[in-house]
Design a protein around this ligand. Structure first.
Ligand code: AVI
Length: 324
């Protein structure tokens, strides 16, 4: 059975209005910003999939190898049958690796993503490996968690997967709130499986976010292209340079778009105009990097009772199962 949760979703007009309001608000902050969730329109999601295949971006490969090698141990203590739910599933590639390696039947697999194209790909991929019941939720993480709780089977347990170091795109207070929200949505004997990219040498981090093929630069600049197309913006894409910066104090890689000259931009949807000075930048994303012990500590702070970890010491990536 394959279904989409038919909850009331914002209309295309409401989504466009919310996008315009966020763009105008965040571009007036100091430094200027744009929320990173808007990087993922159809083209942005395709560029992100390409990033995951780049030799310099190791997160996806390291995590997939851990998922495949340790699937049975990860599921070990959970009450059977186990249902799965992934927040931010993207193309569903890693979930399919995990489900295949686990070698057991899952009564339900729930998918949550803000990209309809990604949900469709994930759904077909899981269907192809024989998943019995797939429910796709086109939703944010918060709405997705509520829907997962409503659609889960009564029997057995639930494993929520939050992979790819997606947690790294949240600042520490927001990450803490998100973890606590996931914990509240779970029952006794459920668990959360979460992936964290770990701190590593700065040149390696910068290569991962400023690759020689310029795929990450295209992913970053695509946000300006999206504003032009959807909100009637007049950004000159060549007028902004992609930059990745390691902020050692905050332990995060920041992505910026740096204005190459003095330039004016209009955004018709917000009746909004702004001027960029040379070197003025828009901060489009933060990717926080963790210590392995931090993953366990933050789990405990969010109300989880304990955890077990699997670490790729070479790629510096950790998978942590947090128990309820
Ligand atoms: C989705 N997220 C965890 C990626 C990251 O590493 O922060 C997004 C990304 N940005 C640039 N490259 C990849």
């Amino acid at each position: 059975m394959i279904e989409s949760s038919a909850e009331a979703e914002p209309s295309a007009t409401e989504r466009r209005e919310a996008f315009a309001a966020d763009v105008c608000e965040y571009l007036q902050r100091s430094p200027r910003q744009l929320p990173s969730r808007y990087l993922y329109d159809a083209l942005g999601s395709a560029l992100f999939d390409a990033i995951c295949r780049l030799p310099w971006y190791r997160i996806t490969r390291a995590e997939s190898a851990l998922l495949s090698r340790h699937a049975r141990r990860i599921l070990g203590p959970l009450a059977r049958p186990v249902s799965l739910a992934e927040l931010g599933c993207g193309s569903g590639e890693k979930l399919a690796v995990f489900a295949s390696a686990a070698g057991e039947a899952f009564p339900t697999i729930q998918l949550v993503d803000i990209s309809p194209a990604a949900l469709e790909t994930a759904r077909s991929r899981l269907k192809a490996i024989g998943a019995r019941s797939i429910v796709a939720h086109h939703a944010t993480y918060a709405d997705g968690l509520e829907r997962i709780a409503r659609h889960r089977p009564r029997e057995g347990s639930l494993l929520v997967l939050f992979l790819g170091s997606n947690i790294g795109n949240f600042d520490p207070p927001a990450a803490g709130e998100l973890l606590a929200g996931i914990r509240r949505s779970l029952r006794e004997r459920d668990a959360l499986l979460i992936g964290h990219d770990l701190v590593k040498p700065e040149p390696e981090l910068l290569r991962a976010y400023d690759d020689p093929l310029q795929v990450t630069a295209a992913f970053n600049r695509n946000l300006l292209r999206r504003i032009n197309d959807e909100l009637g913006g007049t950004f000159d894409l060549e007028g902004f340079a992609h930059r990745a910066v390691w902020n050692a104090v905050e332990r995060r890689v920041e992505m910026h778009l740096v204005s190459r000259r003095r330039q004016h931009v209009r955004i018709a949807a917000g009746s909004f105009e702004l001027t960029f000075e040379p070197e003025e930048y828009i901060w489009t994303e933060s990717s926080y990097k963790y210590q392995a012990s931090q993953a366990l500590e933050e789990g405990r702070a969010a109300g989880f009772t304990g955890g077990e970890q699997w670490i790729d010491a070479e790629a510096r990536f950790a998978l942590t199962r947090l128990s309820v």
